[in-house]
Design a binder for this molecule. Sequence first.
Ligand SMILES: Nc1ncnc2c1ncn2[C@@H]1O[C@H](COP(=O)(O)OP(=O)(O)OP(=O)(O)O)[C@@H](O)[C@H]1O
Length: 298
Amino acid sequence: MNVVSCQGVMKRYGRGNALRNLSFTLAENSITGLIGRNGAGKTTLLSIIAGLQKQTSGEVRVFSENPFNNLKVSANTIFIHGNMTFPAAMTLSELLQTAGSFYHNWNNQLAERLLEYFSLDPSQNHNNLSKGMKSTFNMIVGLAARCPLTIFDEPTSGMDAGVRKDFYRALLKDYIASPRTIILSSHLLNEVEDILEDILLIKEGEKCLHMTVEDMKEYAIGISGPAAAVESWIAEREIIHQQTAGVNGTYAVVRNVFSEEGLERARLQGLEMTPVSADSLCMYLTSKTKGGIDHVFS
Ligand SMILES: Nc1ncnc2c1ncn2[C@@H]1O[C@H](COP(=O)(O)OP(=O)(O)OP(=O)(O)O)[C@@H](O)[C@H]1O
């Protein structure tokens, strides 16, 4: 069953389009990484799915319903993002109690254990926490709510490397204990790809790719060698990225549509073929130019 379905979704702010003709579905009990550069439209898309704002056109369904201002969707969805505000007078412990009364799957023991593990003082006010501690508290609420649809929008912002690592591990462990549909937006694909099942990559409001992490690792191949040999090899191919390498060399990334024999022929011509990580592929696909930053200096 699909928990989220978007068909031709567009969101316009003034004269600019934040989302353009976006169509995809997310299956129940899966962890999807929503990946895109700054301004790609991640927060806009997530807030529409969470029912906080309306798309300009197209159809969005969450638990088969229109999510905007929908009680069923809000009771079954938690949206953790950097702009969350809490009543200034309430302590962390009171905030957890309030959250517990709203979310029917709330796991108080998990919330308290995580609060203790991350050394957050239950009698402290949310306003007095540092940026990273606020993100940690928000993440605890997001995990303990155990909502059927759990959305984390760049949840690790401000967290140090150790806390980020612990968070991803806690997310995976709790997902195994209590499967649900999780969407995790991030710029740092290399940190999260181990826990993701699929990746939805967006660029300037449009879908670039939506596939499993495994398929993404096979999607492209890197070719390097003398410039002339690389250029003749890639002449008829779909080039994703190209840059100079060393004095007379070229490194290119192309769609991986080669047979083993084809790759062997390339090796015999002195070309080196290397895998392209999901992280690098996302970076190349969302780059403004095929030459990356080198283009500015050429
Ligand atoms: N309330 C708004 N009014 C006008 N334009 C907006 C508004 N919110 C977002 N935008 C524009 O929509 C586009 C997408 O923004 P959005 O915040 O969804 O991107 P994002 O992928 O979450 O970015 P980041 O990774 O930097 O957080 C941007 O061009 C942004 O300037």
